[in-house]
Every structure is written in structure tokens, then in C-alpha cells.
Design a protein around this ligand. Structure first.
Ligand code: AGP
Length: 610
């Protein structure tokens, strides 16, 4: 989704803004721009396409100034174009605005302004923000007053960076529904959609909360709520380094992040399942008393986080015997779900900013349900608003396609399941000890799979011309199939579907022919005979088949054309291992197809609009 950067201080703003926008490229965008105050006017440079186009423009039309705002746009209203790119200016270039989000009532405001003689140049909802602020400013209000009045009229979601030609000592930031951080410097201050954009300049940040407006000068940051009461906000010190958000020699962030999985899974497990014994959920309030008061659990998320959540649903039901309903957040929020104070809602999100998941959280809380968030981004909206947070410690995930966050989320699901089962007496200490030992061995088993990645590379070369792929499996394997299929769609743009293996013959088998590749996840050994039958069925109809199975399973090699072996583990822990070959296969397929792996077309890392 769109990225915002803003600067006020003594340094040259253009290079700081472009550096910040570069760090936000991972969010996905189709155009970019900056607005710089040069001492007398606001100059806007913006263009369709990659940041390299903007950099070229800035070199060709150099502009200097120590106040500015920058933006990478992911189109919602109006096609990607130079005109629709941000920043947007009011008609006489008095006010410049960058916006992340959607203004739902923009037509109403636009019509009102049109009637008063205003003109618009873009098709965006965002342009009306600059114009309505300017209207109030021209009516005689101060810049600040005009922003407060205009913002009160906006419906929808928005993070805004705003500057005014007549007030170059101020940069105003607004947040409702879309994230925004303020970076505190020494004689300079920053705003950004995400921390990496400003981490080269400061580690001290304030997270702007819902409906807050910050008035920022080079020496001060004043935060107000929507009624204009001053807000005291604790500063947050960022402890991770910018290197964590850089490629470290890997060709792509995705490959780097795939390779980080042993370390991340190890850290996530060791923090919660210490070698000294027990499970340490820290301050998460999920003891016997709370669990006895829960009748049902929802797992709500989007995309990959949802597929990780499905593993949690399966395990909690199987082991803890509590009914768990899984819902994608975009459906959950509009279906009047059954929620009360005896419901636990587990929301899962890497970014902690996904609009639908955040709204699902809020609906759940409004109905009295307790919300536990499994989140990666520290201090994100979902983390701040949930009753309890289980941080997965995956570090910044930059590639749009989620890999390491999925593994850490699945590890979190294992830990949570064991905690609930032990607390409710559904798992004995002895049973847990067996699982604990196996959990500790997962990171080195992931390493084994990564060390053999030439297997997936060769298979991707063998099947490089395939255009239709089915991922099949049973039980937990089916859940892994869904994530495997999503990865291939996202980064290789291939048509792929995940199907419960037993469901194939109820329709989709009609599509199978010699041009189809079927990837069968077959790590659940209690179901292996059934999966083998399904592999035989698709082979009989001409499909090429790859199986992912545990080492030592020789039967499968007699049936599938190719087998990717993963180290042996307990069936319930197999998903975290069985998913890694899918990640690698998708990666190498995408390499062969020459796609933009880290920034796939049409996708955004953090989906902050619904
Ligand atoms: C994952 O590869 C996708 N980019 C996407 O499905 C993602 O998982 C989804 O948008 C949810 O994001 P979140 O985890 O940040 O909430």
C-alpha cells in the first residue's frame, strides 16, 4: 500500500525523502512523488512507475528545501499515472498533501467544492483533501485550524502528511486507520508509514494513534486527539538495525527471509518454551481461569497469516477439543459473527496493520470478546489494540510474499496449542516433553531442507513451462497446500489451486491433463495411503506429480514423478517443514519466469485499505 515520508529540519529534504521512499518500496506502489518547499513555493515532482523514474526527475529538475513530503502510491481511485500520483496540491499550490488510505465521502466533498468553483486535475479521492484544507484556510482559518476542520469531515481511512506554503515551519501528520510513525531527531523531525524509512536518521519514534493529529516543527512534536486535547505519548526506542531490512548478499529479500527461518523459529520457540521448562507466555492472560471461561475460539486473518491460523484451528480442535471457527477477516467483519465475552478471537498478522484484520479485532472487542493477536510488527495497530499480544520475533519482513512470518506464526500456533492443552489437562507433561524435544529440533531440520534447495531449483527448471498447478493434501497437509498455492500465485503469477485431495474427484479432476502439475503434500503419514491413491488418480489422467514427503517414505517414490523429502518429525509439527519446499519451488519458478519477486505486480506488503 502507499508509503508516506515527511521531513522538517535543516538538511536537504529531497534526498531524505527519496531515501525513505526507497525503504518503503516493499509495500508495493505504482507511482511516486515529492513536494518540497524551496523557501518561497512548494514544488511537486511526481511520476508513474518505479522510484528510479522519480530519481531521474529530481536530477533533471533539481529542487532544494528543508521541508517536504514524499509518497509511493498504490492505485485505488484512478489509474497509475503522473497526474494521479501524490503529492496532491490545492489549486493555487498553497497546500500539498500525501495520503495513504481511502476517503469514502470524497465525492460529496468534491461536489461541494466544484459548486464553489474549485477545479480538480486528478481522478483521486486524495486531491480533495488538499482542496478542502485550502478552502478553510482561505476562509480565514490558520493552517492548523483548517486541517482540524477538514479532517473532521473525512470518512474512511487515512494517514496524511500535509504542508502549507505560508507555514513552512510546520509539517502536519494525521492518522486514522492507516499507520504513521513520527521520528524524533535533533533539530529535525520525520514522519513515515513504517520505521525502516527513517531508521537511517533516528531510532526514537512515536506511534500516532487513531484519530490523532501531530503538529511538527523542527524542534517540537505536539500530538492531539480529534477534540484537540494534547496527548502525552511515550517514545519508542527501535532496537533492530537497518541491516535487518537489507538483503545481506541474497539476490532477493524473499530468499534472505526464507533462509532466516531456522533462526527465527529457534528464537520464537526458545522465548516461549525455555530450556528451563514449561511454557512462558509472558504477560498473556490465558490461564486456567480465562480458558475455563471460553466456549469458542475464532481465528481471523488474511492471506498467509490466515493459512497459519488454519494450522492453529486444526491443532486446537484436535488436541484441546475446543471448537475453533476460522474466518478470513474481510468476511468476518461483515457477517455478524457470534461473539460474546466467552469468545476468544485470535487475530494473526505479520504487519499488524491489515485493515480487515484490524477491523475484525475492533468488532470482536466491541462485542465483549477477548482478543489475542499473533503479530510480528512491534507497536503496530493490531498489537496495540489487542488485549494480549504474542510477538513472533521474525524481524522486518520486506518481501511482499510472506515466508518467515508464516513459519514463526505456525510455531506460535504450536506453542499456544500446547499451552492451552497443558492448562486444560488435555495434554500430559510426558506428552509435552516429547513435543518440546521435537520443537527444538525443527530449526536444524529446516536447515537441512534449505541446504538441499538444489532439488526445488531443478524441479522448477523441469516444470518451467507448466501453467496450471494443483496443490493437494489431506488434513494438515491440505492446509499447507493452501499456503504453497498462494506463494506460487503471488510471485510466479501462475494459475494454481489448493484442493483437499479427497475433493478432487468432485469436480476439479476434470481439469487435470498432461499440462497440469500436481504438488501433493504427503507428510501426514496416517493419511498417506489415501494421498497416494489421489496421486495415482491424477497420474492416470496425465498429470505430472511432485510429492513432498517425510524421509524414509519409499512408497511415495513408486507413485509420484518426483519426491522432495523433508526430515522426519511428528505429524502435527510437519506443516512448518513441508511448507519450506513450496516456498523454494515458488521462488525458483518465479526466477525462471523473470517476475519481480520481492515486489510482485498488483500486490502490496501491508494492505491498509479494505
Ligand atoms: C502473503 O504472502 C501475502 N502477501 C498476504 O497474503 C498477507 O499474508 C496478507 O495480506 C496478510 O498480511 P498481514 O499478515 O500483514 O496481516
Amino acid at each position: 500500500m502507499c508509503g508516506i515520508v515527511g521531513y522538517i529540519g535543516k538538511q536537504q529534504a529531497p534526498s531524505i525523502l527519496i531515501d525513505g521512499l526507497t525503504k518503503l518500496e516493499y509495500r508495493g506502489y505504482d507511482s511516486a512523488g515529492v513536494a518540497i518547499f524551496d523557501g518561497s513555493d512548494i514544488n511537486v515532482l511526481k511520476t508513474k512507475g518505479r522510484l528510479s523514474n522519480l530519481i531521474k526527475l529530481v536530477i533533471e529538475h533539481p529542487v532544494s528545501g528543508t521541508l517536504g513530503i514524499g509518497h509511493t502510491r498504490w492505485a485505488t481511485h484512478g489509474a497509475p499515472s503522473d497526474i494521479n500520483a501524490h503529492p496532491h496540491m490545492s489549486e493555487d499550490s498553497e497546500i500539498a498533501v500525501v495520503h495513504n488510505g481511502i476517503i469514502e465521502n470524497y465525492m460529496e466533498i468534491k461536489e461541494e467544492l466544484l459548486k464553489s468553483g474549485w477545479h480538480f486535475v486528478s481522478e483521486t479521492d486524495s486531491e480533495i483533501i488538499a482542496c478542502i484544507i485550502d478552502k478553510y484556510y482561505k476562509d480565514g482559518m490558520s493552517f492548523e485550524d483548517a486541517v482540524f476542520k477538514a479532517v473532521a469531515r473525512l470518512e474512511g481511512s487515512y494517514a496524511l502528511g500535509i504542508i502549507c506554503k505560508d507555514c513552512p515551519e510546520k509539517l502536519i501528520a494525521v492518522r486514522k486507520g492507516s499507520p504513521l510513525v513520527i521520528g524524533k531527531g535533533n533539530g529535525e523531525n520525520f514522519i513515515a508509514s513504517d520505521i525502516p524509512a527513517i531508521l537511517n536518521y533516528t531510532r526514537e519514534v512515536y506511534f500516532l494513534e487513531e484519530d490523532e493529529i501531530a503538529v511538527i516543527t523542527e524542534d517540537s512534536i505536539a500530538i492531539y486527539d480529534k477534540d484537540r486535547n494534547a496527548v502525552n505519548r511515550d517514545i519508542y526506542h527501535v532496537t533492530w538495525d537497518i541491516e535487518a531490512a537489507e538483503k545481506s548478499g541474497y539476490a532477493h529479500f524473499m530468499l534472505k527471509e526464507i533462509h532466516e527461518q531456522p533462526k527465527i523459529v529457534r528464537e520464537t520457540i526458545l522465548k516461549r518454551v525455555p530450556e528451563s521448562g514449561g511454557i512462558d507466555l509472558d504477560n498473556i492472560k490465558l490461564g486456567k481461569e480465562e480458558l475455563d471461561n471460553i466456549d469458542r475460539i475464532y481465528v481471523v486473518a488474511c492471506g498467509t497469516a490466515y493459512y497459519a491460523g488454519l494450522i492453529g484451528k486444526h491443532l486446537i480442535e484436535k488436541i484441546c477439543r475446543i471448537p475453533v471457527i476460522s474466518e478470513v477477516a474481510s468476511e468476518f467483519r461483515y457477517k455478524d459473527p457470534i461473539l460474546d465475552e466467552r469468545t476468544l478471537v485470535i487475530v494473526v498478522s505479520q504487519s499488524g496493520e491489515t485493515a480487515d484484520t484490524l477491523e475484525a479485532l475492533r468488532i470482536s472487542k466491541r462485542h465483549g470478546a477477548r482478543v489475542l493477536a499473533i503479530v510480528n510488527a512491534v507497536g503496530s495497530s493490531i498489537a496495540r489494540e489487542a488485549d494480549d499480544v504474542f510477538y513472533i520475533l521474525a524481524g522486518p519482513e520486506i518481501a511482499v510474499a510472506s515466508t518467515k512470518a508464516y513459519s514463526a506464526q505456525v510455531a506460535a500456533m504450536y506453542i499456544l496449542t500446547c499451552h492451552i492443552a497443558l492448562t486444560l489437562g488435555k495434554m500430559s507433561e510426558e506428552e509435552f516433553e516429547v513435543i518440546r524435544a521435537e520443537l527444538y529440533s525443527l530449526p536444524s531440520k529446516i536447515e537441512v531442507i534449505l541446504n538441499n534447495k538444489s532439488v526445488e531449483k531443478k524441479l522448477a527448471a523441469k516444470y518451467k513451462d507448466v501453467r496450471n498447478v494443483f496443490f493437494i493434501g489431506r488434513g494438515l497437509d491440505y492446509l499447507v497446500s493452501q499456503e504453497g498455492s498462494l506463494k506460487l500465485k503471488e510471485i510466479a503469477y501462475l494459475h494454481s489451486e489448493a484442493y483437499a485431495a479427497g475433493e478432487l474427484k468432485h469436480g476439479p479432476i476434470a481439469m487435470i491433463d498432461e499440462n497440469t502439475l500436481v504438488v501433493a503434500i504427503a507428510a501426514q503419514e496416517d493419511l498417506i495411503e489415501k494421498t497416494i491413491s489421489n496421486i495415482k488418480e491424477v497420474k492416470a489422467r496425465g498429470a505430472n506429480t511432485i510429492a513432498i514427503a517425510m524421509k524414509g517414505n519409499t512408497k511415495i517414490a513408486d507413485v509420484a514423478d518426483d519426491v522432495i523429502y523433508i526430515p522426519r518429525t511428528m505429524g502435527i509439527l510437519a506443516p512448518i517443514l513441508a511448507n519450506i519446499p513450496d516456498q523454494l519451488f515458488a521462488y525458483y519458478m518465479a526466477i525462471n519466469l523473470g517476475t519481480d519477486i520481492d515486489k510482485p505486480r498488483n500486490l502490496a506488503k501491508s494492505v491498509t485499505v479494505e
